[in-house]
Design a protein around this ligand. Structure first.
Ligand SMILES: [Zn+2]
Length: 327
């Protein structure tokens, strides 16, 4: 049996191309919750939130939220809330071991169910989620900024509902829209309460901006954040132009995830050096092995979504499989 350290030692090393902002100055906000700031227009409208650092080493979101805080946004209606989620994990970042500070006790993007939030268990992440919850409960539109373990095309994760898919198309970037139902081992914030209820008008998106530490990821994050603020109607495009990528609108492609592939040990290995969004032509192609067990593509033109062994362990989703959806 391998250890996670042995697995990680075999993976590609990515340089840290960006400076980690000192976010301590943002501790005291105006919401009663540390590291959460709100800007109210005073005009009726939606409450929109951009969240960074759901995972402690996903710095592109932190850079984006800091820039938005420094920009002194003036919403034309509604209210904009900007927050840093797992500050405890972020503080512990160590460039010599950059994959180890995704969380402290548990994955904070797997605790967003009432059973976990109202339950008796305790962890650093549950404590923080419980602090954030009263604010999240008042949010109409959420953008949760994430990045990826591997260098791969940026993705927008719409969730499984038609309202989320529509919202991803309204934001219009990045190119790849992933339609999925989340993870078997816990609920994501983007699926929490009204966000995951087809009868609710609330809506949420999650963006994976590219590799955690690449300079490009922070630009993708900022671009998506601006387009989200414009799509929700709280900001005018004319005042955000300087923050956005010049490429403008892209032709989006939609992919529906049909199943997660979940490891049961540290012996899981991919059959190829997948980076994400590869399309495997034939059903029955072996894509991974774990001991004697082989994992094969369940259908033709199977898309490999966010493969990574950096957080490998029993119960961890190491890749999702999906197919192209015509829209
Ligand atoms: Zn993440």
């Amino acid at each position: 049996m391998k250890t996670l350290e042995q697995v990680r030692a075999q993976l590609k090393h990515y340089p840290v191309e960006v400076a980690f902002p000192d976010i301590e100055k943002w501790q005291h906000g105006n919401t009663g919750v540390d590291y959460v700031h709100s800007i109210d227009s005073g005009v009726a409208g939606p409450h929109v939130m951009i969240m960074a650092l759901m995972h402690g080493n996903e710095v592109s979101g932190a850079i984006t939220v800091e820039r938005l805080l420094q920009a002194g946004l003036k919403p034309i209606k509604g209210r904009i809330t900007l927050g840093f989620a797992n500050v405890e994990a972020y503080r512990r970042f160590d460039p010599r071991n950059p994959d180890s500070t995704r969380y402290v006790d548990e994955d904070m993007n797997r605790v967003w169910s009432s059973s976990r939030l109202d339950g008796a268990e305790d962890s650093i992440e549950l404590r923080r989620a419980r602090q954030l919850r009263p604010i999240v409960d008042t949010v109409d539109y959420l953008l949760d900024l994430h990045s990826m373990h591997e260098e791969a095309p940026a993705l927008i994760v719409s969730g499984p509902l038609e309202k989320g898919i529509r919202f991803a198309a309204e934001v219009g970037t990045p190119e790849h829209v992933i339609i999925d139902a989340g993870h078997p081992n816990g609920k994501r914030m983007r699926d929490y309460a009204g966000f995951g209820d087809p009868a609710s008008a609330k809506n949420a998106l999650l963006i994976e901006t590219g590799q955690h530490f690449s300079a490009r990821s922070k630009d993708v994050a900022m671009n998506a954040a601006c387009r989200f603020l414009i799509a929700t109607g709280v900001m005018q495009a004319s005042v955000l132009g300087a923050f956005m990528l010049a490429s403008g609108a892209v032709q989006q492609r939609f992919f529906r995830v049909t199943e997660p592939v979940v490891a049961t040990s540290f012996d899981f290995e991919f059959a190829d050096d997948y980076r994400g969004m590869e399309i495997i032509a034939r059903a029955g192609t072996v894509i991974a092995r774990e001991g004697e067990r082989e994992f094969v593509t369940p259908y033709d033109n199977c898309v490999i979504v966010m493969p990574s062994l950096r957080q490998l362990g029993p119960g961890v989703t190491v890749v999702r499989l999906g197919h192209i959806v015509a829209r």
